[in-house]
Design a binder for this molecule. Structure first.
Ligand code: ADP
Ligand code: MG
Length: 319
């Protein structure tokens, strides 16, 4: 059975070209880029709650990095560094190999250096990742910066991850082709890092959809002290979900399903052409789905009539 330090050396130690000091000492040492602000975020994933222990180790590793990168993306920050703390029921080589492959694979793609962490034995597989990014002063895409009159946009498509989960739980029936489209959205989400960077200086506010479209948009509205009107028929759906837009379970996936990791962002109307250009440049669908209004809450209109929604998103302490 390998010891703690063998595990760290074997699985979690990689080159850190820009850090002054990486894994192996009491602290890592960093030299931030002069004049930049640091954007720092942390996210915990627990077996049985955020993923199933039976999920592939590579997908668990990917997701642990992806959900954190998504927070940097939603802030318009350039990813730089990460720390990984992991509690393991057992030191299983096959798991660790696969996990590290998924985790470092995505980190490398975004030039993220792993500079430290903690490794311990624990009853439930538990992962905590902290990411550090950089953003020029005044350019972070904050939740409190939406303004009345702004356009509201969403990247990619909504509801696919939740539809995959609903299918898995027997609440929704997807055909094979549809399931093939939806399952990767749940297991190997794509953080919209490049979009977050492109939106610096263009978007007012942004947030990533982790808990559900309505809940996450709600955070922008609350923090910005504004309301929103959303046009349900404009919400972008994948080919898999488009034919099912009017099914109640699918509507719940679209409006309240988590794990999409798309970005909701608001821009002044004069930025429409810039957003279209970004969409073309990144080859990423960006859809205008509503507008920011005076503080009157969130109104989702379907055929011009406000929809009644039973829930807005996932909350660990309700439901
Ligand atoms: P300390 O006793 O000072 O807390 P540790 O013995 O926990 O240090 O860790 C030794 C070194 O390995 C530290 O630099 C720590 O940041 C790093 N480290 C521990 N676990 C991990 C991990 N899972 N991923 C990356 N680095 C790790
Ligand atoms: Mg330690």
């Amino acid at each position: 059975m390998p010891g703690e330090f063998d595990l760290i050396a074997k699985y979690f130690t990689r080159a850190t070209p820009t850090a002054v000091l990486g894994v192996g000492d009491d602290c890592a040492l960093l030299e931030p880029t002069p004049g930049m602000q640091l954007a720092i975020s942390t996210d915990m994933l627990i077996a049985g709650r955020h993923f199933s222990p039976s999920d592939g180790p590579g997908t668990i590793g990917h997701k642990a990095m992806a959900v954190n990168l998504s927070d940097l993306a939603a802030m318009g920050a350039t990813p730089r560094y990460a720390l990984l703390s992991i509690a393991l029921p057992e030191a299983d080589d096959k798991f660790l190999q696969g996990f590290a492959g998924g985790f470092f694979g995505l980190a490398q793609k975004h030039h993220v250096e792993i500079i430290g962490g903690d490794t311990t034995r624990g009853g439930l597989l538990t992962l905590n990742v902290t990411v550090i990014g950089e953003v020029p002063p005044g350019q972070a895409l904050r939740r409190d910066a939406a303004q009345v009159g702004d356009d509201i946009w969403i990247s990619g498509t909504l509801g696919d991850a939740a539809a995959a989960l609903a299918h898995h739980q027997g609440k929704l029936r997807l055909e094979t082709g549809q399931a093939v489209q939806c399952f990767p959205r749940l297991f190997v989400p794509t953080p919209r890092v490049e979009l977050g960077l492109a939106l610096r200086g263009i978007a007012h506010a942004a947030i990533d959809v982790s808990d559900g479209f309505a809940a996450d948009l709600g955070h922008i509205l609350e923090r910005s002290n504004v309301g929103a009107e959303i046009w349900f028929s404009h919400l972008p759906l994948s080919d898999a979900l488009a034919p099912k837009r009017d099914e109640p379970v699918v509507q719940d996936c679209i409006l309240a399903g988590g794990d999409d990791y798309e970005l909701i962002f608001t821009t002044p109307a004069e930025q429409r052409e810039s957003v279209t250009a970004i969409s073309q440049q990144l080859n990423l669908r960006l859809t205008r789905v509503g507008r920011v209004v005076e503080h009157t809450g969130l109104s989702i209109l379907h055929h011009g009539i406000p929809m009644q929604i039973s829930r807005t998103g996932f909350d660990h302490f309700s439901a």
